[in-house]
Design a protein around this ligand. Structure first.
Ligand code: HEM
Length: 508
């Protein structure tokens, strides 16, 4: 081709490209202007306070999820705009102390699609992720017998088996003169417990002493992938080669976690067949029994696998984080620790006396556990619900039907209007709680979709904290600073750094 011709073609190609870019820019600007006009003049939530940017596009809210600080982002907006604030188009955060009953009090306020994006596994919704109230009610009926008082009492010996192994580990660290990485080891403890009482799982993580156990690594990757899906709901359709190694590995972790669940179910069936455990107390046993008694509500194999995934997701890290922050608070507040130990020893003079019955006879333990749950709620983020058709009145505003409202335990549990000196760790405040304190403590949420496993979580935390503190003194390692313990909001809260060092010394 002659050089005159080629420069003619190049010139035209450049012009076409420039035109295309200009078209894209015009379309984008037009789109943003349309969104802005909608937010200011047309949106049914235009009267609700919030920054114009957040009311127009949800970029800051999405980024806060990816950065692990959504609860702080929402709290900042409340400081500026009051108890109801639009944090992304059609999504409101609320921290009014009179709103929890309205938002969480009935099935009419359905869970938002956040839950299905985050925690549907293998295309099947679990009780946690199910947004349809009809199916959620069936699943809750199946779950409830597992958390009855009688079943929890029957589970207690299993929980004690694991905590005794944990105490041996504390002795081992003390003999070596080393601090314990408390978050990692309490995760092993609670994973062992939840897989055991969940489906008779036999993960021996504490004795094997393996930090960064593959099961836990897969689990972490799987949770991170869930969070990515809430910001980019179409992420599942993107091929591996387009998403980079880390994201592809997170996605693969979800499949590997599902394999753990499938393995758990087939091991359970095998144990049952060979009569290995005749008097089963685990949650899976109760779910299957429910199906046998109510054939119309029987769960399929795939549904059972999903529920096993959920039990691990909802019941492991939540309790581990509570116990870790609880031990940290006791290390910081030595006066509370001394008082708790004195109460435990008065009730249980000999370490062999430690039983659920004795632990439950110590009111100061009950108040301490409540205060741990209040100060460090492990689902600290906004729990989103869809406003029913017809709308609702919240914090002095009419909120239209179809929009989304969420409240955060992080804010509600520390409301100065309800809890005096809210940042202080004071178990005594639970001696005579006001009705407002009970209504605004949202650690387990509340109402028909509140935590179905909360009785197990409380029994387990009492056993862990009571047994450890009856026998050991906890002290801070100098590296365990408030910055290490800063809570990151990955929907499940966790310390900013995994390395939470604490010293444990057996108390004579
Ligand atoms: C300290 C420990 C725990 C905390 C702080 C906690 C917190 C919560 C919260 C706040 C919710 C409600 C979420 C929402 O409304 O959007 C929830 C739901 C749920 N939790 Fe827990 N949880 C804990 C332990 C457990 C345990 C041990 C299990 C079972 C083994 C469990 C199983 C569930 C399930 C299945 C749901 C979904 C209930 C439904 O949607 O109807 N949780 N949990």
């Amino acid at each position: 081709m002659a050089s005159g011709q080629s420069s003619f073609v190049q010139k035209h190609l450049t012009l076409i490209m420039a035109n295309k870019l200009a078209t894209v820019a015009v379309v984008l600007v037009g789109y943003m202007v349309a969104k802005l006009v909608y937010a200011v003049f047309l949106s049914p939530t235009k009267h609700i306070p919030g920054s114009l940017l957040d009311k127009t596009i949800g970029v800051r809210s999405g980024l806060s999820v990816l950065r692990g600080n959504k609860m702080h982002f929402a709290a900042d907006q409340h400081r500026q705009y009051g108890p109801l604030v639009e944090i992304s188009p059609g999504v409101m955060s609320c921290n009014s102390t009179t709103a929890a009953k309205t938002v969480y009090g009935s099935h009419q306020w359905r869970k938002s699609h956040f839950y299905s994006d985050f925690a549907d596994f293998n295309g099947v919704s679990s009780l946690f992720s199910e947004v349809k109230p009809e199916r959620a009610q069936i699943l809750r009926r199946a779950f409830l017998p597992a958390f009855s008082r009688a079943n929890l009492v029957a589970m207690a010996p299993n929980i004690f088996n694991h905590i005794h192994k944990f105490l041996d580990k504390l002795d081992e660290f003390e003999r070596a003169g080393k601090p314990l990485e408390a978050y990692k080891w309490t995760r092993y403890l609670t994973f062992e417990v939840v897989t055991d009482v969940g489906f008779g799982g036999e993960y021996d993580m504490i004795s094997s002493g393996e930090l960064n156990h593959p099961f836990v690594m897969d689990f972490d990757g799987s949770s991170s992938w869930g969070l990515v899906k809430t910001v980019f709901p179409f992420a599942s359709m993107v091929p591996d080669w387009m998403m980079g190694k880390k994201l592809a590995d997170w996605r693969a972790s979800e499949l590997r976690t599902l394999k753990h669940a499938q393995g758990g179910l087939s091991q359970w069936r095998h144990h049952k067949q060979v009569g290995k455990t005749a008097n089963r107390v685990d949650i899976l046993q109760r779910l299957i029994e429910h199906g046998e008694k109510n054939p119309k509500e029987k769960l399929s194999e795939q549904e059972l696998e999903t529920e096993i995934m959920e039990i691990m997701l909802a019941g492991g890290d939540t309790t581990a984080t509570t116990v870790t922050y609880g031990l940290y608070e006791l290390a910081l507040n030595q006066d509370v620790q001394e008082k708790l130990r004195a109460c435990l020893r008065a009730e249980m003079p000999d370490s062999a006396d430690v039983t659920l019955k004795h632990l439950e006879a110590v009111p100061y333990l009950d108040w301490t556990v409540k205060e741990m749950l209040r100060t460090h709620p492990t689902l600290p983020s906004l729990l989103e619900r869809v406003v029913p058709a017809g709308g609702a009145q919240i914090a002095g505003y009419h909120v239209p039907g179809g929009s989304v409202v969420g409240m955060s335990a992080w804010s509600m549990n520390k409301s100065p209007k309800v809890f005096s000196d809210p940042l202080a760790f004071q178990p005594e405040r639970w001696e005579k709680p006001t009705p407002e304190m009970a209504a605004n403590m949202l650690t387990f949420s509340t109402g028909p979709r509140g935590c179905v496993g909360q009785n197990l979580a409380i029994v387990q935390t009492r056993i862990h904290i009571g047994t450890i503190l009856r026998n050991f003194t906890v002290k801070l390692h100098p590296e365990t600073t408030p910055e290490i313990m800063r809570t990151v909001d990955n929907f499940q809260g966790k310390p900013a750094q995994d390395r939470v060092l604490l010293y444990f010394r057996r108390t004579p």
